[in-house]
Design a protein around this ligand. Structure first.
Ligand SMILES: C[S@@+](CC[C@H](N)C(=O)[O-])C[C@H]1O[C@@H](n2cnc3c(N)ncnc32)[C@H](O)[C@@H]1O
Length: 255
């Protein structure tokens, strides 16, 4: 059954954004400003759970990653941890590309991946420099939520996937119940303060909880995925819903 989509929410809206163009610019500048400390802050604030989430998400796509001819794209790859998790699960064959629009984040990814065959490309997820139907798998970890236009992002994902290709979007969620209440105190009060101190940058770690609050809830995100052209859209909560993995298969048979 089709459920309601909140049409007022187009995409991320960081401070200073007036339209999708300025929202994208503000997001890129924000991640560039925290790039030097990004990994450290991530691991501290998530108590290293981020490593488990990347591993778990990558493992989900083993059947594609074990194919030597697979073409894989990790969007919004940042400093490359999800891309490296995919590489570790893959057989030696697949071509795996990490793409991000922040040069500073990509530079760090390239250093971490220097002993691998991974390729890194500076590109905007809303205007990807790849032909239609190119990839068997497209992933995005904690990046999709930052896109200035979620539906445009999903359409671009669909465009670059082959018919029958899969997408995996790993992102934060909002756990419910008592745990949710405790978690919200941590996420909205403790995390922004700690993140600001460790990164030395005011702003990005206040934007994080605001961006999660703004992100469509699972039922709505799944409906947006279906409307963009994914079948078998699903969401699996990780760690009581603190994070979760959206999956979908592009309509059509593999050619
Ligand atoms: C929270 S970080 C996630 C990085 C990495 N995937 C991880 O799991 O740690 C979000 C990343 O998305 C990138 N990003 C946001 N919007 C983007 C866009 N429109 N095109 C490309 N990259 C984008 C940012 O530059 C940033 O590196």
């Amino acid at each position: 059954m089709s459920q309601e989509i909140n049409s007022r929410i187009v995409g991320a809206s960081p401070v200073g954004a007036r339209d999708t163009e300025s929202a994208g610019k503000a997001v890129r500048e924000m991640f560039t400003s925290i790039a030097p400390r990004y990994d450290l802050v991530n691991h501290v604030l998530s108590f290293n759970t981020d490593r488990f989430w990347w591993w778990r998400a990558a493992r989900t796509f083993d059947s594609i990653l074990k194919r030597p001819d697979a073409q894989v794209l990790d969007l919004c790859c940042g400093t490359g941890d999800m891309t490296l998790a995919l590489r570790r699960r893959a057989s030696s064959g697949p071509q795996i590309i990490g793409a991000d629009f922040s040069h500073a984040m990509l530079q760090r990814a390239a250093v971490k991946g220097r002993e691998t065959t991974l390729r890194w490309i500076e590109a905007d997820a809303l205007r990807l420099p790849f032909p239609d139907g190119h990839f068997d798998l497209v992933t995005a970890a904690f990046g999709f939520r930052n896109l200035a236009d979620y539906d445009a992002g999903l359409c671009e994902l669909v465009r670059v996937l082959r018919p029958g290709g899969q997408c995996g979007i790993l992102d934060f969620g909002e756990p419910r119940g008592l745990l949710g209440k405790v978690y919200r105190i941590y996420f909205k009060r403790v995390l922004p303060a700690l993140g600001t101190v460790i990164s030395g940058v005011e702003g990005p770690y206040k934007y994080l909880p605001a961006s999660v609050e703004r992100f469509p809830p699972p039922y709505e995100m799944l409906e947006r995925m279906r409307q963009a052209g994914f079948r078998e859209a699903s969401w699996r909560p990780y760690t009581f819903g603190v994070a979760g993995l959206y999956r979908g298969i592009k309509e059509g048979q593999k050619l």
